[in-house]
Design a protein around this ligand. Structure first.
Ligand SMILES: [Zn+2]
Length: 344
């Protein structure tokens, strides 16, 4: 009950903030303030996050994990280079350690999950633009035959095409309204909001849809790809081992997720892993217990998946905000996303 109330309050304050932000954006546009706001963006750390790069129409898996096409990625990076000083995490760690006031607009480029298109599509573009990025890897997906829970759910929906879905543990039935992509998004939201582990929910969905045919091959990098990323001047961070929501885990499971992913990456890549990004990354997916465990495991930095400008990253090294890049965004959208963002 208490948890339910907290969840409701969190949802309410989030939607209230989103509403205020939308009103501000609308008013700003009407009054012609967009350019003034963009020019007065404060110094600080602006981190952006990508997941998959490519065409979301062509995948058998989750289309909602796509951030942009390769052409869009190239355009975004050229734009970022014009307006920000792109730094790697090593430099960011030093700035944080020295507790220096940021006197410029810095940016970190990050990619989550470790999909193969990060190597085939993103790496050549990063190299040709001469910038470094960090790839946060869920080690359990690297070079394995495991299809992650969000891709399984999207595949089940695409394969069986149900028009409604409901599990007893969900708050509501999810109904197909506008598009398959929207339906997948709503089902994923129901799964994330449910207290049951994602894999348990998938087994129930498989039974419900009478699914017996397995899944296509997963599309993740292997250890050779990750070693090549490092040789090309990129950085690697951890994103847990199984990509479970950390606040749903027992103490032992949490410790395993943070330790095992770090140990595997350090052994395979022969370099120290000091940064982490929270799976899913909204406020409910990490807490003080998770942060304490990160500190004792030897991580120096951690990124969430909520938009915001980090004006003093040295005060919140385990809660660094990142702007999500979404398909179809153009320069104006990105400028407005930064201009009206919350400052931390
Ligand atoms: Zn992820």
């Amino acid at each position: 009950m208490i948890l339910g109330t907290m969840y409701y309050q969190h949802r309410r304050s989030k939607s209230y903030h989103n509403m205020i932000s939308r009103i501000k954006m609308k008013l700003g546009r009407m009054l012609g303030l967009d350019e003034i706001r963009w020019r007065s963006c404060p110094n600080g750390l602006y981190s952006v996050n990508f997941h998959r790069i490519g065409s979301m129409q062509e995948t058998e898996f989750d289309p909602c994990v796509y951030s942009c096409t390769a052409v869009e990625l190239d355009r975004h990076i050229r734009f970022f280079k014009q307006h920000f000083e792109i730094i790697d995490l090593k430099t960011l760690s030093e700035l944080i350690k020295e507790r220096k006031k940021l006197t410029s607009k810095f940016m970190c480029l990050t990619f989550d999950d470790g999909y193969i298109d990060n190597f085939s599509h993103a790496l050549p573009i990063l190299k040709s633009n001469n910038v470094s990025a960090t790839f946060f890897i869920a080690t359990g997906l690297i070079g394995s035959t495991i299809v992650p829970w969000w891709d399984k759910i999207a595949y089940l929906i695409k394969y069986h095409q149900p028009k409604t879905l409901r599990l007893d543990a969900w708050k509501d039935e999810v109904v197909y309204v506008n598009s398959q992509e929207q339906f997948i998004r709503s089902v994923l939201h129901a799964v994330k909001s449910c207290k049951l582990p994602a894999q348990a929910q998938i087994e129930l969905l498989e039974q419900k849809l009478l699914h017996q045919n397995g899944y296509p091959r997963p599309e993740f990098m292997d250890w050779h790809h990750l070693n090549d990323l490092i040789k090309s001047g990129m950085e690697i961070g951890a994103h847990s081992h199984n990509h479970d929501i950390l606040t749903k885990l027992s103490e032992d499971e949490l410790s395993y997720e943070l330790n095992h992913s770090k140990m595997l990456l350090e052994t395979q890549l022969k370099s120290r892993i000091s940064a982490f990004s929270y799976p899913v990354g909204n406020k409910s997916t990490y807490n003080k217990q998770v942060i304490d465990e990160l500190k004792s495991t030897g991580y120096d930095l951690a990124f969430n998946f909520q938009p915001g400008i980090n004006t003093s990253p040295c005060n919140t090294p385990y809660d660094l905000h990142r702007f999500p890049i979404a398909p179809g965004m153009i320069e104006e959208d990105i400028k407005r996303m930064f201009s009206y963002a919350k400052k931390y």
